[in-house]
Design a protein around this ligand. Structure first.
Ligand code: NAG
Ligand code: NAG
Ligand code: NAG
Ligand code: NAG
Ligand code: NAG
Ligand code: NAG
Length: 442
């Protein structure tokens, strides 16, 4: 290159940088997906993937291009990427996974969360920790905007995946004393928070006791919870509060984390029917419309339903588009499919997560879905919960179903939920409202 005219030299150098960049990006994607999906954690330790030696070597000798000042930013950027990538390879080597189960209320997320909670031995599972964040920010004077809320969710989730509870503690009311609290929301839903490893001694005062599923447990000691969390191989969090998948991109870019998102969706008609029962105090206008048969399109409630449907769809569209930052990190699951094929879907979710599907979890699923063993030893796919999942069809009046179809149409189409044209089609359960659809690409 020394023989060339300086301008030509610059041109070649730019071209060269471009090629190096392509090589790095390609290798990054290949190696990371190979490491994370093909190898078990143990194998990762034995056969660490080899970084691209030539690209790294060339970048190290950056001094020869120091004079080409216009190239420096490019090099700095490439160097950072290479550093990030090296860190990523390191984190994939320890096999630690961070699963985020994203859902909305009444989509079966507590049930699906159990798939991970029941892992117990290798898993640190948290149930709706963002409940505290939402409540505190909503109570804050003047309320808070969606952006600030999303930012707080992102920060708290990131810290929790690192077993750091400090930030979450700042949202808990009343504030924990010396990192100890008896006020954690639905603590009993996390097996990890009900073991002796995290409980303070039960004090005499009965109000200090906390009832975990099988026994009482002293207040939660976050210092001990953090130590316990750090000892677990994997971490999973379930939340119904995150609105936009895109807002969690910093978690993916954090080289300390290996995040997998599982978005759980359900037919919006079924969700509305279920919410009208579960949160009847909030759904008074819907109940009224149920009787009058008329739903005002411009009502705030209807707009809220539309907003929910749209944000679920937007997140799913980001995930299903499979942008580079989400490569192999996003999975969409319909609750209706889990109800029909619980064992198969759980297996898929575990395969996607890169965590062994343990007999303990299988046993829990078998018990809780009443799946019967067939003669050939394969778990039956026909089970009870698929009936439960369709119950709404006999309770929801056609006019409400039609309203949901109107405002949530694009969301329903994306997920493969069939529209009903009349009352008969709604209530006739031999007509399936579910299109067979595959969202997960191996
Ligand atoms: C690249 O060059 C700059 C400036 O010449 C220097 O500060 C830096 O340490 C070099 N980096 C490497 C990896 O050699
Ligand atoms: C490297 O990772 C950090 C987060 O740890 C991120 O902010 C930064 O944008 C990444 N750099 C590149 C070039 O990807
Ligand atoms: C935990 O997070 C807080 C900020 O929320 C930080 O100040 C603290 O250093 C972190 N602790 C550890 C051990 O990283
Ligand atoms: C919480 O656990 C830490 C670490 O084991 C311990 O030092 C501390 O005394 C405990 N706090 C209470 C109030 O039990
Ligand atoms: C299905 O489950 C429901 C509630 O879990 C129960 O009441 C019903 O008896 C079950 N039906 C069958 C056929 O197992
Ligand atoms: C339900 O739908 C099936 C299939 O379209 C039809 O054969 C059946 O007659 C319908 N049942 C009722 C009660 O309308």
């Amino acid at each position: 290159m020394a023989l060339l005219h300086p301008r030509m030299r610059n041109k070649y150098a730019v071209f060269f940088v471009f090629i190096v960049a392509l090589v790095i990006i390609e290798k990054e994607n290949n190696i990371i997906s190979r490491v994370s999906d093909k190898l078990t954690p143990k194998q990762n330790l034995q056969t660490p993937p080899q970084p691209n030696v030539s690209a790294m070597g060339l970048l190290k000798h950056n001094s020869s291009y120091a004079s080409l000042s216009e190239l420096e930013p490019t090099f700095v950027h490439l160097k950072r990427r290479l550093e990030n990538y090296t860190k990523q390879v390191a984190r994939h080597r320890d096999g630690r996974k961070h699963i985020l189960l994203l859902a909305t209320t009444r989509t079966g997320s507590s049930f699906v969360g159990e798939f991970f909670n029941q892992q117990d031995r290798n898993m640190f599972y948290l149930y709706e920790p963002l409940w505290h964040v939402e409540r505190k920010l909503n109570l804050a004077a003047g309320g808070t905007n969606a952006l600030a809320m999303a930012r707080a969710y992102q920060d708290v989730l990131q810290q929790l995946f690192l077993c750091n509870f400090t930030l979450l503690e700042s949202f808990i009311e009343p504030p924990p004393v010396a990192h100890v609290t008896a006020a954690l929301f639905r603590r009993e839903s996390s097996a990890s928070l009900c073991t002796d490893h995290v409980c303070s001694p039960v004090v005499k005062d009965v109000f200090e006791r906390y009832h975990c599923k099988e026994r009482s447990c002293g207040p939660l000691n976050f210092t001990r919870a953090s130590e316990f969390c750090l000892r677990k191989a994997h971490r999973a969090i379930k939340t119904v509060r995150v609105r936009q998948l895109e807002s969690l991109r910093p978690l993916v870019e954090d080289p300390r984390l290996d995040v997998r998102f599982i978005q759980l969706v359900r037919d919006p008609r079924a969700v509305l029917a279920s919410r009208m029962v579960a949160f009847s105090y909030k759904y008074t206008s819907w109940k009224q419309w149920e009787v009058t048969g008329e739903v005002p399109v411009d009502d705030d409630e209807v707009k809220r339903l539309k907003g929910n449907c749209d944000s679920i769809r937007l997140s799913a569209e980001v995930g299903l588009r499979r942008p580079a930052w989400l490569q192999r990190r996003y999975m969409l699951v319909r609750y209706e499919d889990i109800a029909r094929y619980p064992m198969q879907k759980a297996a898929e979710m575990y395969r996607f997560s890169g965590i062994p599907f343990t007999p303990q979890v299988k046993e829990w699923i078998r018990k809780n879905t009443q799946a019967s063993k067939e003669a050939d030893g394969v778990y039956s796919t026909q089970k009870n919960s698929s009936k439960q999942v369709e119950k709404w069809r006999s309770s929801m009046p056609f006019n409400l179903a039609r309203m949901v179809q109107k405002v949530c149409g694009p969301t329903m189409k994306l997920f493969g939920y069939r529209f009903v044209n009349d009352e008969d089609m709604l209530t006739n359960k031999s007509i399936s409202l579910l299109e067979e659809k595959v969202f997960h690409f191996p």
